[in-house]
Design a protein around this ligand. Structure first.
Ligand SMILES: Nc1nc2c(ncn2[C@@H]2O[C@H](COP(=O)(O)OP(=O)(O)OP(=O)(O)O)[C@@H](O)[C@H]2O)c(=O)[nH]1
Ligand SMILES: [Mg+2]
Length: 405
């Protein structure tokens, strides 16, 4: 089946439905459809640029994010040579990365073609600009030459702005925080002194950027250290990674919608797909709730059901299946909710509203929110975690009953 065409068919039918809706439901509905279109139909690999001094842990960070060894890690000499885009992964799990050699690196590797690392970086992004810039800074070197690095980042940011007209988001990562004192304390021990030292390191970076007036998303401490076997798979026994999942979330939240799906699928981990599905569920549930809360009787049943179908199709897509209505209808049918689900939820809302005069719209909004969430959670269980339809149905009923309380 041609995913793109059948996916477009679903979006087309939703757009058709939208044209028959009254305002303001039409506007709310269209915004959600537009967002799904960007995520599922216009999807392309994310472009991530990792920048930092030599040995900061850039290559290790890339491997940690992708959950497998794709970049060469070096402990003594400068390992990463010429800055250029590399496509990693296949199909809808592709991601494009520039792993740069250290900025301010004097011992440049043979393959580097510019004396000045920044100039080389600019040359490599001339045709294809990154979606996000990750600045990696070793925890024990946060005060060394930071201003010079920030200046280089600002130059790159200006370069992207002048060429492409958008403000490149910058995410700072303090790497190798496991090395901070007391070294013997494990990161997950929450040792007070270690926690303090991590905070201080992040604080120095934050204030240095703010002093030079270069905006950043945030500063995140991580440990990227892991060992990989010959086929590039993480060796669980030597997996010291810490806070990498939060970093992934921060990346997804700050790249364009069209590159989020590939990013969510890239590392192949169930948790990453679940987290991303929950992001979709949250926005869909909020939209359904907003539609239910508008005082337009009956008209809201259809768009709510339609959005729930699109959401389930989206979760199926995040799991690796096609973005089609068929996947969603088959699933909803098995839940015993069929297309009448929106209707049933609406009926429940009306019943509730009778007891709270004047609060009908608020109540139905809440019911639509919980109902949509229940469908989403059941879809995660079935499509992503591989549970049976029966188990998913139990989950759906349990989650939905929260609306009755
Ligand atoms: N303890 C610890 N060591 C790390 C961590 N991340 C990377 N390292 C080590 O730091 C060294 C440098 O890591 P790389 O990932 O090669 O650093 P890089 O920034 O890509 O280096 P160049 O490509 O040479 O600029 C290697 O020995 C890594 O094993 C970490 O989180 N904790
Ligand atoms: Mg490297």
């Amino acid at each position: 089946m041609n995913t793109e065409n059948s996916g477009s068919a679903l979006i087309n039918s939703l757009e058709e439905l939208a044209s028959s809706l009254p305002e303001p439901v039409k506007r709310i509905f269209m915004e959600e459809i537009q967002s799904m279109k960007e995520i599922f139909i216009e999807a392309r690999p994310p472009r991530i640029m990792v920048l930092g001094r030599r040995g900061a842990g850039k290559s290790s960070l890339i491997n940690a994010l992708l959950n497998k060894k794709v970049a060469e890690v070096g402990s003594v000499v400068s390992e990463t040579g010429k800055a250029s885009w590399h496509t990693i992964g296949e199909g809808d799990q592709q991601i494009e990365i520039i792993d740069t050699r250290g900025i301010g690196d004097n011992s440049r590797p043979e393959s580097a073609s510019f004396d000045d690392a920044v100039e080389e970086i600019e040359n490599s992004i001339r045709r294809k600009a990154p979606d996000i810039l990750i600045f990696a800074c070793k925890s024990k070197e946060v005060d060394a030459h930071l201003d010079k690095d920030i200046q280089a980042i600002q130059d790159i940011r200006n370069f992207v702005y002048n060429k492409n007209g958008y403000k490149l988001p910058i995410l700072c990562v303090v790497t190798q925080v496991d090395e901070l004192d007391p070294k013997r304390a494990q990161l997950w021990d929450n040792n007070t002194r270690k926690v303090e030292n991590i905070k201080t390191a992040c604080g120095v970076i934050k204030s240095s950027f703010s002093k030079l007036d270069v905006p950043i998303i945030t500063v995140m401490p991580v440990c990227a250290y892991a060992e990989y076997d010959d086929s590039g798979i993480v060796v669980e026994e030597y997996d010291e990674r810490w806070n990498i999942d939060s970093l992934k979330e921060e990346i997804i939240n700050n790249i364009p919608k069209c590159s989020q799906l590939f990013q969510a699928r890239a590392d192949q981990r169930i948790d990453t797909k679940k987290n991303y599905s929950r992001k979709l569920i949250k926005t869909t549930a909020s939209t359904c709730s907003a539609i239910a809360a508008t005082p337009i009787p009956l008209a809201d049943i259809f768009p709510i059901t339609a959005l729930q179908i699109a959401m389930v199709s989206g979760i199926a897509r995040i799991s690796g299946r096609d973005f089609t209505k068929e996947n969603a209808l088959d699933f909803l049918g098995a839940m015993g909710v069929n297309v009448g689900v929106g209707f049933a939820l609406r009926e429940a809302a009306r019943a509730a509203a009778k007891f709270i005069p004047g609060f009908g719209n608020v109540a139905s909004g809440t019911v639509a929110f919980i109902g949509t969430q229940a469908i989403g959670e059941a879809a995660i269980l079935y499509f992503i975690e591989g549970a049976s339809k029966e188990e998913a149905k139990q989950k759906y009923e349990k989650e939905r009953s929260k609306a009755e309380k």
